[in-house]
Design a protein around this ligand. Structure first.
Ligand SMILES: [Mn+2]
Length: 330
């Protein structure tokens, strides 16, 4: 990250943090390994410096992150258990609404917004946004260097988990030689790569595969096979006893079809609330597509939340997907 580190003044952020009295670390709703791993690594670093810090998110940490040392310290829910923070650090959240916290959150605290989504709305008082980073965890790695905190095994494991999943196991176009050098440093500091892979990819519940069968039954192609679609409804979760987090990675099956440029994964959260996830390939910009629907993300991985009936939501998605594929042909 050397070239990026020179462009972001991480020492200024380190100074802001060392002047803070009480720090709240937060990540987005339905958190992933990048949000949680970044949060835990920074938590340990601040604790190491003797600072008062706590972690609170709207949703609980996903199962695949709960093995990380420090995950048990994260509280969650609508109501923040600890009050009186003067600095809040938002990690990996593209917009304030992604935190799902009340507007009053920043009433008496300064928000530092650290994220690698190009679509970030710069909602913080201080914003450190750089979409060249493969993960927010890689940004925290540079911040820890500026803080001059030695990398402990717990920090290294948390950052490894963040980078492993956000790079789709080092398969994304965001993976550079710098990323591999960073990860080598994490392993040298005590990160266990095999343990991280086991928790991320080989710790599924048996019932997940009942849900996967149902999901695969919904797989369809459209737009002359350039788009693939999958859809999960709440009835499928109820039938199989699964939660939304058990469907993590299903979209990759639809994405892995060779001719497909764009994948849409529709997941019903409540009656009329749908979480939409997009994947792109071959130059398609699903980040722009998601932004046009009120969401955000990266060029090849993005998402949004839509409200309405399934027919209504599908019609809006159809139109937006047609436009994106058409624009890509010009
Ligand atoms: Mn991320």
């Amino acid at each position: 990250m050397t070239d990026k580190a020179s462009r972001i003044d991480w020492s200024a952020i380190a100074t802001l943090l060392s002047n803070a009295q009480h720090i709240h670390l937060i990540t987005h709703r339905l958190p992933d390994s990048d949000g949680i791993g970044s949060q835990i690594a920074l938590y340990h670093a601040l604790r190491e410096r003797g600072q008062a810090v706590f972690m609170h998110n709207y949703d609980p940490a996903p199962r695949i992150c709960r093995y990380l040392d420090g995950a048990e310290m994260i509280s969650y829910g609508e109501k923040i258990a600890v009050t009186g923070a003067d600095v809040i650090v938002s990690l990996d959240a593209g917009s304030f609404s992604r935190l799902k916290m009340p507007e009053s959150l920043c009433a008496s605290a300064m928000m530092i917004n650290i994220d690698h989504h190009a679509s970030n709305t710069h909602f913080g008082a201080v914003n450190v946004i750089d979409d060249r980073y493969c993960a927010t965890g890689a940004m925290v790695f540079d911040l820890l260097k500026a803080m001059q905190v030695p990398l402990s095994a717990a920090m290294a494991q948390a950052l490894y988990a963040a980078i492993l999943t956000d790079t789709s196991s080092f398969c994304n176009n965001s993976v550079t030689a710098d990323v591999h050098r960073l990860v080598a440093t994490l392993i040298d500091a005590g990160a266990d790569a095999a343990l991280a892979a086991e928790h991320a990819y080989a710790s599924h519940k048996v019932k997940r595969f009942s849900l996967l069968k149902e999901a695969l039954d919904t797989l369809i192609l459209s737009h002359h096979q350039r788009a693939s679609w999958m859809c999960l409804e709440t009835s499928m979760f109820a039938r199989t006893g699964c939660a939304v987090e058990d469907s993590e990675g299903f979209i990759d099956y639809a994405r892995s079809i060779g001719v497909v440029d764009l994948t849409v994964f529709i997941c019903q959260l409540h009656d009329a609330v749908w979480k939409i996830t997009f994947r792109g390939k071959h130059g398609i910009n699903v980040g722009a597509l998601a932004t046009s629907l009120g969401g955000g993300g990266h060029r090849y991985a993005a998402g949004c939340t839509l409200e309405g009936s399934q027919a209504d939501v599908r019609a809006r998605l159809e139109a937006a997907v047609s436009q994106t594929l058409q624009d890509a042909e010009i």
